[in-house]
Design a protein around this ligand. Sequence first.
Ligand SMILES: *Cc1c(COP(=O)(O)O)cnc(C)c1O
Length: 479
Amino acid sequence: MTITNPRDLPKIDEFLGDECFAEAIETFGYTPTIETARAVIDEARTTLLNQGERSATCHPSTEETPLTCELLTQRVLERLAHEAKPGIRPVINATGVILHTNLGRAPFSKKVADAVYEVASTYSSLEYDFEQKSRGHRNTHVEKLLCELLGVEAAIVVNNNAAGVMLVLSTLARDREVIVSRGELVEIGGSFRIPEIMEESRAVLRGVGTTNRTHLHDYERVLTDETAALLRVHTSNFRLIGFTKSVSTKELADLAHKHDLPLIYDLGSGCLSSQLADLLTDEPTVASAIEDDADVICFSGDKLLGGPQAGIIVGKERYISPMRAHPLLRAFRCDKMALAALEHTLRLYFDDEMARRHIPILSMALVEPEELKRRTELFADKLKTHGIQATVEPSSMVMGGGTAPELYLDSWACVIDPALQEGALSPSVIDANLRASSRPVICRLVQDRLFFDLRTVRCDEEDLLIDNLMHAMKTECQS
Ligand SMILES: *Cc1c(COP(=O)(O)O)cnc(C)c1O
């Protein structure tokens, strides 16, 4: 029955008595359901009243969907579902950018995700020492693993690498000078800037050299009793080219040691896989930094390491030990889920093959191009059976996450040109529809064609991707 008079709108109690609301109340809760229903009815009342006023002077619109109880119910259910959408939800990353900072950097394998679920869903030995039957320290497990894996004397784990750098500088260089090349005073993004982090840590920045060239004697010249450390920062997200010069890590370490000072190395992405390092050519590995004798090395857990967000500090016990007593360590500590994920990720690195198989960013980066091509062709064939024309083309991908910025690696893409599809919408509408899907799809839109790089799409996401595509190409607007 079409409702035209506000008096005919359903009473809230009768309205919610409808069977379909029982399920909604179960899913969304009683209060949100009743409040949404009330809001929808109130809005309908306002609309009817306004229409009443307008129809006195002009003809009522005939194009609007007639207002019925069913329509009101539908509106309430849609609005509840819309509002219940979590802010953080899974997306299908078809960009081919493996460490997409906006999409959560490194994903976990099921193996690691299961380990996180296990400790998150019940009590755990987080700070319990079974042998002593007493309080333990939450970092003991992963720090021991790091020492074994990397052959270092000591390790500390904090919340993220920015916190790691802050803890290192605050502990080792508060109110004293730290020498750093002007070519390494970088901004990483998200307001991590070396000069500002130093200021926050109360370390005194002593910049040496010029933007493009720094020599060993530049460091030597400013060494004084005030010097607390030498700092090297990996210029993760940019590269200097042309007339440049920098001092090798080994030379810097030797200079520091000659003066009984530590060399601190902010490595950024912390690559632990030699296979990945070979692929990315000039990304330094943690192993190379240790070999070059840097004393304190810090890096992220969720960049090239492929684990959870974390800051990892490894090196010599004599410098790391005072960090354990620093009050910032408590403020920067990791939660149990990150520690579990990190522990299980690190364990995989004891075997190259296990790491490659169970650390998604390694599997994605190291997939054989022929294998990716075959997979993309099968995908394009599947699309064809659903009436979508697609081609398979060579493309390129970047690692992302502020690593190897100028390196484009060969990849393959499944390409859809909407202009060649019968009845398809415009490329930007399809792109917007894909992003509005219940499992949003992020792809690349280049010159009116849509590029899907399956490298970053999980195999079990392919069917959902196809469903979303079919829907996105035909639906005028989803949101
Ligand atoms: C990424 C990066 C950081 C910040 O690490 P987060 O784990 O994101 O806090 C610091 N220094 C360098 C050189 C980096 O590349």
